[in-house]
Design a protein around this ligand. Structure first.
Ligand SMILES: O=C(O)CCC(=O)C(=O)O
Ligand SMILES: [Fe+2]
Length: 331
């Protein structure tokens, strides 16, 4: 049974992720493109359930936001918006914010409202980025699914499949910055494309991405949700499950000192490194971990410390280049 009331989007068996590499020697594939009138059922079958990225073209072509939004306009609005807060790299908003300027496509509302997704309070992120801003390789933690709408400007995206992971700093979802440029894509399954004004990209859970603001001022709006269940079994999914189980074990450890260290880490680590899970239970996956898997994971992550120390200065210089959100002065 599939998609009854749109509430069972993970019940269907996914199709294996079929690539159509243009060159058998490398893993490049063209991102799928669909029109914005795609139905929720088709979106589930082709993209959401099998966790395949897709660009939804023209969804926002008539949104007033395209004309109205710039940093000054948004700051005036955010000052009056109760739900607005600044995070490390973006602003948080709830779903009632700024709705006079855009319309959420119906299939996105159905994803967010489905009982097959964990309830969440903060559904929207808003990014305001200068030309040239690079969000370096990472995947979004907590198995988040992202719809990223390009409101103004353009962004160049590279997405890497979770089946061909990129090394991250230990326990984080943030890739080691080692300046290898495109060499990082060797042996990866990936796609690259430009997201134009009015288009939305769907980023499935644990897909790696690097995003460069190529247009003048780039403003992006994201809708977020996490499915309660996935049928995916990628290497990155396994890592992510193990990260949460290890974190859970340490934060509930019978020795207070271990609980304390684990909690302090999560309190002070940068957003991308935190491993707290905010939902009622861990996402259901076909993957069951053994003690050996967890020990291996722990060892693998600890071994990455060496590489981390070698590149730690890269993080410092990189963070200086990011366009950070301005403080919101509430009125
Ligand atoms: O737009 C960007 O620079 C980053 C976007 C991103 O990482 C996301 O939508 O998850
Ligand atoms: Fe991201």
């Amino acid at each position: 049974m599939r998609h009854i009331d749109g509430q069972t989007f993970n019940q269907a068996r996914p199709q294996p992720f079929m690539l159509s590499p243009q060159d058998q020697d490398n893993g490049f594939f063209d991102v799928a493109r669909v029109s914005s009138d795609i139905s929720f059922a088709d979106f589930c079958d082709s993209y959401l359930t099998p966790e395949v990225p897709v660009v939804i073209e023209g969804a926002g072509k008539n949104w007033p936001a395209r004309e109205r939004w710039n940093e000054e306009y948004l700051h005036k609005k955010l000052a009056k918006e109760a739900s607005a807060s600044a995070a490390s790299l973006w602003y948080w908003l709830n779903r009632e914010a700024l709705v006079e300027d855009y319309t959420t496509p119906p299939f996105i509302n159905q994803c967010l409202d489905s009982t097959a997704a964990f309830p969440r309070k903060k559904h929207l992120r808003l990014w305001i980025n200068k030309k040239g801003n690079v969000s370096r390789w990472h995947y979004d933690s907590t198995f988040i699914n992202v719809f990223n709408a390009q409101i103004t400007g353009t962004k160049d995206w590279i997405l890497v499949s979770p089946d061909t992971p990129i090394d991250c700093y230990p326990f984080t979802t943030f890739s080691i910055i080692d300046d290898r440029g495109d060499a990082i894509l060797k042996d990866k399954i990936y796609t690259r494309f430009t997201l134009n004004e009015g288009d939305i990209v769907y980023i499935p859970p644990v897909w790696f991405h690097q995003v460069t603001a190529s247009g003048d001022e780039s403003i992006n709006l994201n809708w977020l949700f996490t499915k309660k269940e996935t049928t995916a079994t990628s290497a990155t999914l396994k890592r992510e499950v193990e990260r949460y189980i290890i974190n859970d074990y340490l934060t509930k450890h019978r020795f207070k000192v271990i609980r304390h260290l684990a909690n302090q880490f999560n309190k002070y680590a940068p957003a991308y490194a935190k491993i707290s899970w905010h939902y009622s239970e861990l996402i259901k996956t076909p993957y069951t971990t053994t003690r050996t898997d967890l020990l291996k994971r722990f060892a693998t992550e600890v071994l990455l410390l060496g590489k981390t120390l070698r590149y730690v200065n890269n993080i410092k210089s990189y963070t200086k280049t990011l366009s950070k959100p301005r403080k919101i002065t509430k009125i």
